[in-house]
Write a protein that binds this ligand. Structure first.
Ligand code: ADP
Ligand code: MG
Length: 668
């Protein structure tokens, strides 16, 4: 690959800076895309512009002044006119502008219109010669490298940079899908000649970016499918009867959705030629646990081992309890393993069910090639735990990952194409919608009072979730919960019994507190967001989430799902001190919406994947040009992939993956 040092004007210092942007070879410069453009080819009339609008105007400079204010600031002010009106242009601390902008000049300016000293003004507009009809690329400015620097270096070097670029897609495929060829696309993205070509260039490059992720998933699935399952699981007549009997013995009737996903999973498990790799997606409270239990039961009846991994100790305990209750009198070896409760994995019977936290990962060698079914509940980081297990096995177990965070179709089509997906899309009947209210600071006390009355009247229970400070529950989160507990016990609820849990409380104590809460000996449980996942206490019908604006919507939806599990009406109060209209809008969306998928899609659009999936996906690949919420683009590149698989058996996939310089995918 060509080294950066061959480019004129690029010395060791600049190379250092570029390296920090992950630009290591001259080719990488081509993939450092502009983040926006100024379109000097379309000016609007000055009298037609509106506040907050992003505009380009062209006119004559009436006046240019360099002003020093009394407070020592330095302002540049120009007045520009066209035949419809006048407007002020303001810059701060850019005295050198006087060299380029002179009274009488005819120039174009681009920027956002705002009100400055009550007059429509464009602050710090970009400027360029008029009538060039040019669209100018603006690059993200980082590490002391300006947009101008990038523009200059890339524009002057563009033909050298493009020289070694080779097309990644077959010619007839490019034709069929009406794509630009790669060289033209790269040229247009940096040096656009008109807006239509620019838009085609974006499509081509964005398609390729998504395609490369889809290819990764596809290859990973292909690899997976080469494996044979360790155990042949069968549903013989007696086994079938046992499973039906168990289902009959439940205190509830399975929903149609639950039955559907159970059929899908059982059909995977009994397929003698393929190993299951399935994601079970179902909104909070949709009843995924029983699906997991039945899968483990089937595995047990086939004299094979299953492992269910829960993300927290609280949840592992809860599952263990639940499994024992439902599977009682059947003489099934069920084990619990957590950081504080070790078991000797070497002595585990072949047909056991192990419920564990991630602690089991450190002992995985003892289970080498023994597991037939691996279930990961409330997966926080797709693939990671699973991968660490699988790397240690030569025979892959069937894998089922369960998540309550609904995954927008666009995401599953890009990143999770290697997984089969089962969806529980209805909640059990008789669930009332959780009434959700946004509570501004001034109404907090009223809300507390109402809760106290309600608890005394109906005997219901409440959660109060302290602000989210960081994902790995640091001391800061713990401290804020302790402080809140003390404050509320003393000042707000002296007449009620309050409990406190957080991750730094010893596991046994924590279990005791949860048990007390389950037995209604505690009225209000104060907690850090650790209760987010899975905790199932049907008598609690009120949840307060403090500083709700700090959470992602998907996470708030999860937290809200801690209530509304029984038959009584439940309530969720979102406290916020924020005045930020965007934050308020987000919370208002949650007030009105109860469909997890819709909520996740909203956050994906408004805050991007990192925010929307803050709880489940660190290390989301960061896209350079495509967007995870662009459904059209994503199904378009899906079509292309299908075409490649169908008609281009010789296609070299690695080419696309390496051509695109995207950060590492989370997929395995
Ligand atoms: P999640 O999908 O969030 O893990 P759980 O499996 O914890 O949900 O189920 C939530 C609650 O709903 C549990 O108390 C469970 O016993 C109950 N439940 C599960 N399936 C049904 C059903 N078909 N009808 C009624 N209640 C159900
Ligand atoms: Mg669950």
């Amino acid at each position: 690959m060509d080294s950066l040092s061959q480019i004129p004007g690029v010395g060791p210092k600049i190379i250092e800076k570029l390296k920090r942007l992950n630009i290591n070879y001259s080719k990488d410069l081509l993939y450092h895309f502009p983040n926006r453009y100024i379109d000097f080819s379309h000016s609007v009339k000055i009298n037609s512009i509106l506040e907050n609008e992003n505009v380009t105007i062209t006119g004559q400079i009436l006046d240019f002044k360099n002003i020093f204010t009394k407070t020592g600031k330095n302002i540049q002010k120009a007045i520009i006119t066209d035949n419809t009106g006048k407007i002020d242009l303001i810059w701060f601390n850019q005295p050198y502008l006087s060299k380029n902008i002179k009274t009488g000049d005819i120039l174009s300016f681009a920027g956002t219109v705002s009100l400055f000293q009550n007059k429509k003004t464009i602050i710090a507009p970009e400027y360029g010669p008029h009538n060039t009809g040019k669209i100018i690329a603006v690059y993200p400015e980082t590490n002391g490298l300006t947009s101008k620097w990038f523009r200059k270096i890339i524009q002057t070097q563009i033909s050298n940079l493009l020289n070694p670029v080779t097309e990644t897609l077959p010619t007839d495929l490019i034709k069929k899908f009406k794509l630009l060829d790669l060289k033209t696309a790269l040229l247009q993205i940096h040096c656009p000649t008109d807006s239509q070509l620019l838009s085609q260039a974006r499509t081509r490059l964005a398609t390729e970016e998504i395609l490369s992720l889809q290819i990764k998933s596809y290859l990973s699935k292909k690899d997976w499918l080469k494996q044979n399952p360790k155990t042949k699981i069968k549903i013989t007549k007696p086994i079938d009867k046992k499973i039906k009997d168990l289902i009959k013995s439940l205190s509830f009737k399975l929903t149609d959705s639950q039955n559907k996903v159970i059929t899908e999973i059982f059909s995977d498990l009994t397929n003698p030629n393929q190993v299951m790799n399935r994601l079970l997606q179902g909104d909070v409270g949709s009843g995924k646990t029983i699906v997991a239990l039945l899968s483990c039961y089937l595995t047990h009846l086939n004299n094979s081992l299953s492992v269910l991994i829960a993300p927290t100790e609280i949840l592992a305990h809860q599952h263990y309890q639940n499994f024992q209750d439902i599977l009682k009198d059947k003489n099934i070896p069920i084990f619990l393993m957590t950081g504080s409760k070790k078991i000797d994995l070497k002595k585990i019977p072949k047909n056991a069910i192990i419920i564990s936290t991630h602690a089991i990962i450190y002992k995985k060698d003892n289970l080498k090639n023994k597991i037939s079914l691996l279930i990961i509940d409330e997966q926080h980081k797709f693939g990671v735990k699973q991968r660490s297990f699988l790397n240690s096995s030569t025979k892959l177990p069937h894998c089922l990952t369960m998540t309550a965070t609904p995954i927008p179709r666009t995401i599953s089509l890009t990143l999770l194409g290697n997984l089969d997906i089962s969806i529980i899309d209805t909640l059990p009947q008789n669930r009332l919608q959780i009434k959700t209210f946004l509570v501004p600071d001034t109404k907090k006390i009223n809300c507390y009072k109402w809760i106290e009355t309600e608890i005394k009247k109906t005997g219901c229970q409440a959660f109060i979730v302290c602000p989210f400070i960081d994902i790995s529950e640091s001391m800061a989160s713990v401290k804020s919960a302790i402080k809140e507990f003390e404050f509320l016990s003393k000042n707000i609820f002296p007449n009620l019994k309050l409990g406190l849990i957080h991750g730094k409380i010893k596991s046994e104590t924590r279990q005791k507190i949860i048990k007390q809460f389950q037995d209604n000996k505690i009225n209000i449980l104060i907690t850090t967001p650790i209760i987010e996942v899975g905790v199932d206490i049907p008598n609690s019908s009120i949840i307060i989430i403090q500083s709700a604006d700090r959470f992602g919507l998907a996470q708030l939806h999860q937290l809200r799902g801690r209530v509304g599990r029984g038959h009584q009406q439940s309530f969720c109060y979102l406290f916020t001190e924020s005045q930020n209209s965007k934050a308020i809008n987000r919370l208002e969306f949650l007030e009105k919406n109860h469909n997890g998928l819709k909520i996740a899609e909203y956050d994906l659009k408004n805050r991007g994947p990192g925010e929307a999936f803050s709880t489940i996906q660190h290390g989301f690949p960061s896209l350079k040009i495509a967007s995870f919420s662009d459904a059209k683009l994503i199904s378009f590149s899906q079509e292309i992939l299908k075409e490649i698989i169908k008609n281009y058996p010789e296609f070299n996939f690695s080419q696309i993956i390496s051509e695109n310089i995207i950060s590492e995918s989370i997929n395995n």
